[in-house]
Write a protein that binds this ligand. Structure first.
Ligand code: T46
Length: 138
């Protein structure tokens, strides 16, 4: 499994840092939605699902967390701890987010609006989905 991490360009000067993200330039899709996760309770793991078509970039803009990616054949754990790094998460990828630091803010840029129909929340269904449909999309 190839893990795709983007390293964004920080525009730093004596005042501090600024990162700008533009669709199709820094982000490989049209950004239709932004959401963020914070105040995560200790020991919590979130996610436990895949998406049929949604693509996302996950950026831990404060603190740190880890992302477990699973394409149905292979699993990888990716730490996110820099506000200028973004993890690309394709469709057909089971994801779990865990090990959040107390101050973690995980921001997500998404290629589509929120649609519950796009979620696969059952792991067996996910394995069937990538088995039948995932090969050419991965
Ligand atoms: C993903 C990972 C990384 C909305 O109303 N709109 C939204 O855009 C989102 C993302 C969520 N919600 C509601 C649905 C639930 O009632 O917020 C609640 C928590 O969502 P969920 O349990 O899906 O959160 P996570 O952290 O398990 O997963 C989220 C995204 O849903 C998912 O697409 O890839 O973050």
């Amino acid at each position: 499994m190839q893990v795709v991490k983007y390293v964004f360009q920080p525009h730093g000067d004596e005042r501090g840092q600024l990162v700008a993200l533009e669709e199709f330039k820094d982000i490989p899709f049209e950004i239709k939605r932004v959401y963020y996760i914070y105040d995560t309770a200790p020991g919590v793991t979130r996610g436990y699902h895949a998406h049929k078509s949604l693509e996302q970039i996950l950026i831990c803009i404060h603190g740190s967390c880890k992302i477990r990616l699973d394409n149905g054949r292979e699993k990888k754990i990716v730490p996110l701890e820099k506000p200028y790094e973004g993890l690309y998460v394709s469709n057909n990828m089971w994801r779990e987010m865990f090990d959040f630091s107390e101050d973690a803010v995980l921001m997500v840029l998404a290629s589509d609006y929120y649609r519950e129909e796009d979620y696969i929340r059952d792991y067996e269904e996910f394995l069937r989905f990538v088995g039948e449909d995932g090969e050419e999309k991965r």
